[in-house]
Design a protein around this ligand. Structure first.
Ligand SMILES: Cc1cc2nc3c(=O)[nH]c(=O)nc-3n(C[C@H](O)[C@H](O)[C@H](O)COP(=O)(O)OP(=O)(O)OC[C@H]3O[C@@H](n4cnc5c(N)ncnc54)[C@H](O)[C@@H]3O)c2cc1C
Length: 399
């Protein structure tokens, strides 16, 4: 039986580990961060501010622990045109995660107001599909801190499945290097030991995966995208939007999306005027940014191109118009800095990995947001899971 090491237990890594262990392979899942209760995930944010603030968490389950539960198929047509057909994987995953829009009971006053006023302004508004169980979810607005009721899908569920099928989990262990011999991968190294394997799947996320690959001589780390976003908001007294399910609706414009969103950064900017967190209504503007960034060993470069800036500006103007219509005091409208919660593209398909996600080093694969050929401009988790599930099938057939 072949041995497989998977590096990282987020959306991509947990999925591959689960698929392969279910098929009876010897899987070792190595995770840099600790095991954390989902409700404490916020303690494991490992953000980096490189002009655009990049958000990710480092713990078992990776960044899936802090998602807003949004389940959107992204890049499906684009990947399909490359011969990567994910339809069956998407259907399977959506069914398993119970993807659905939430019932009316889970739409708060602020969200309903945004939907109503956006429609009045002729925008097409849809409810956001979620991997949130409405039977156990009690809206609190804290998805991005980690769910205290375990009502949201996270890759922790797949980690548990993998363990139930015999996989071994090694937490608090950062993989630093790959072991390579004659162009073939033979395992991985941490600071104090080696883990030998016939195949290695690197799933350390869009920032750390390229660093591991680069140390092995692979020219990864270029074309970094982050799905840049800002949240625009202002004062609407006692709207209590901060404790509603966040991002519960979706407005798609040509190159960007808008979604109702509260940010504590808005509170920091507005609180000198005695504004409380219950007094803010906001909308997130998210774009599929150009791959203008770069990841290197000791630094990350990322800037917004003029196209990115013009899209954010256009989205902010639309958000401002909707918020004003909703009753927000227009003199209080303000915006967060640019942030990015979907780093990827740094080991892209057809650049660094082939269409089976294998690198130029035989037996070395990548399964995470790094492989996206371009910015999705929308929540990527179920696409990462679909790609990783497909890789699991491919590897199983190889063995
Ligand atoms: C606040 C927030 C909200 C979000 N909401 C949504 C949403 O609603 N829907 C959606 O689709 N997406 C959402 N996202 C994005 C989504 O969470 C990520 O795109 C996704 O988790 C990325 O998956 P990944 O496998 O690439 O990386 P990750 O999930 O980040 O997993 C990478 C793992 O690798 C580990 N690792 C890193 N380096 C090493 C190393 N050297 N050795 C061992 N382990 C290592 C990390 O600790 C981490 O656990 C959100 C992100 C944020 C920050």
């Amino acid at each position: 039986m072949k041995d497989v090491v998977v590096v990282g237990s987020g959306a991509g890594g947990a999925t591959v580990a689960r698929e392969l262990s279910i098929k009876g392979l010897n899987v070792t899942l190595i995770e840099k961060g600790p095991f954390s209760q989902t409700k404490n995930a916020y303690e494991h944010y490992e953000n980096v501010d490189v002009g655009v603030e990049l958000l990710k968490t480092s713990c078992v389950g990776g960044t899936t622990l802090v998602t807003a539960g949004n389940a959107v198929r992204t890049c499906q047509e684009y990947l399909n045109n490359m011969g990567i057909d994910l339809e069956e994987d998407f259907k399977y995953i959506e069914n398993e995660m119970g993807v659905s829009t939430l019932p009316d009971s889970h739409f708060g006053k602020g969200t309903r107001l945004i939907i109503e006023k956006a429609e009045l302004l002729d925008f097409n508004v849809k409810k956001m599909p979620k991997f949130i169980n409405p039977k156990t979810c009690k809206p609190c607005g804290k998805c991005a801190f980690g769910c205290s009721r375990n009502s949201k899908w996270t890759s922790m569920e797949y980690v548990k499945d993998a363990l139930d099928h015999g996989a071994k989990l090694i937490e608090n262990t950062k993989i630093t290097d790959l072991i390579i011999n004659n162009g073939e991968v033979k395992g991985v190294k941490s600071s104090d030991r080696e883990y030998l394997a016939d195949n290695v799947v690197v799933s350390a996320g869009g920032i750390e995966t390229p660093r591991i690959l680069r140390r092995a001589g692979i020219d990864a780390g270029n074309n970094l995208f982050v799905d840049t976003f800002v949240t625009v908001g202002g004062v609407l007294k006692d709207i209590q939007f901060n404790s509603e399910v966040q991002m519960n609706a979706l407005i798609k414009l040509d190159d960007l999306i808008l979604s109702p969103h509260f940010s504590t950064i808005l509170l920091d900017k507005l609180k000198k005027n005695h504004v409380r967190e219950t007094d803010i209504l906001g909308i997130m503007i998210k774009i599929g940014d150009e791959g203008s960034g770069k990841v290197r060993e000791h630094h990350i470069e990322k800037y917004s191109t003029s196209k990115d800036v013009s899209l954010i500006t256009k989205g902010s103007a639309v958000a401002g118009a909707i918020l004003k219509e909703a009753g927000v005091d227009p003199t209080t409208l303000t915006s967060t800095l640019a942030r990015g919660a979907h780093p990827g593209g740094t080991a892209a398909i057809d650049e660094i990995v082939d269409r089976n996600l294998e690198t130029e080093i035989s037996g070395l694969f990548v399964a995470d947001a790094s492989v996206f050929p371009r910015a999705p401009g929308a929540p990527p988790v179920i696409t990462i899971v679909a790609l990783a599930r497909r890789l699991g099938r491919y590897l199983e057939n190889e063995f």
